[in-house]
Design a protein around this ligand. Sequence first.
Ligand code: NAD
Length: 471
Amino acid sequence: MRDYRMFYIDGAWVEPEGTETQDLVNPANEKISGRIALGSAGDVDKAVAAARRAFPAWSRSTREERLALLRRIKAEFEARQGDLAAAITEEMGAPASLAGGFHTFLGLGHLDAAITALESYTFEEKLGDTLVVQEPIGVCGLITPWNWPINQVTVKVFPALATGCTVVLKPPQLAAYSAQILAEILDAAGVPAGVFNMVQGKGSVIGTALSTHPDVDMISFTGSESVGVQIQKDAADTVKRVCLELGGKSPYIVLDDASTMERVASAVSSMMMNSGQTCSAGSRLLVPAARFEEAKALAAKTAEAVAVGDPSGNVAMGPVVSKEQFDTVQSYIAQGIAEGAELIAGGPGRPEGLEVGFYVKPTVFVSDNSTAIAREEIFGPVLVMIPYEGIEDAIAIANDTDFGLAAYVDGEDIAACRAIARRIRAGAIYLNGGFDFAAPFGGYKRSGNGREWGAHGFAEYLETKSILGHG
Ligand code: NAD
């Protein structure tokens, strides 16, 4: 049992103001795995005041001082990777190989990217007689989701610290453990008092207190569209900057020039990774109509072969995060069937032999782009295959969505892939599995307005000052 009932405020572990707590459930076995304290607006006031006090000194720290801190954090992070991975498996059900692999790899990758960006970042530029200076925006409220928990926290905390901001982190209740360990890492690395603070609790309490707080200068939020909209409204009265990283319904286009449809298998496997709980998942698989039967057979075979089970074992897919998420995914599967979509793998209910735990069958539907399962973010292991007739049709279907977070294009003709990438309205287009920690990541349309990752991610935390007549 984990007992995490203290908050990290002003360089120390402190008791919360109130006594409200929440038991957390391990999604793999539905047993209580630990307890956190639920903070209050008073706890947020204390954390914001500490961050405000720390801001003058930290905002004037040198690049070398901030680099030294990030390098000390890196040493501590590397030493605690195993603890982080175990926490991620326990809190949100990622298989041990994924939690100790891609989950922690992403956290470390964002730390390295922040260090590399800070080493050469241009904070000042001369425009004739004017000096244009990039300065830290101030106290930042960082609100994160549970799905890639360490990725989401590190992609905010490290750029904020690198640019000289001070922060109050509000992690999700469903992924409180890994955030707690990250706070221990920062503490062990000697983060100056008040520069990093963390308060656990409900979004409606802690998140709202941050969004409305007059002493918070910006909010960086990753999560659902509805909460993103609420945060913008809550933040409006104090005119603070709000950076939103929201959901997606990303297209995965397989071109017809490949000798086999093997990329269909990769698309299915990557959809099922993390139980489909990935904002940028390629959840609409667009395949040439002429090769659809071949692709369908391969997709069904791949989905049925995904090993689902206890995430502490050697499996490819664990449970989804919670009972609520399980119910949501099940209702989408039922809706897909009711809408007349063709079910070719998986379907309702738990996989055979997994009666306890929030396990979902890796599910593949065939549909057109008009059904709810093709238009709404399901956030579970449910893929929709859609046939297309030629490139123009593929691009039209790809763009026929409210979202614009990511897109995938796989094909042997790289010139064709590049041309398609230019025409898709989304923030990150991955050609043939491309990946880059320095590439900005964020959404068009209802997927949000922010850009994170690497040097581009620094901009969210910086204000621009012009000093005219500087000479
Ligand atoms: P969520 O919106 O329910 O919660 C996200 C965070 O917001 C949590 O910490 C929650 O406690 C907090 N919150 C809830 N109500 C709040 C309020 N009124 N004010 C302030 N904060 C509040 O999202 P989730 O279920 O944790 O995460 C899944 C969603 O996140 C999906 O839509 C997914 O696509 C999205 N996501 C986006 C990205 C991206 O980079 N674009 C990355 C990962 C996840």
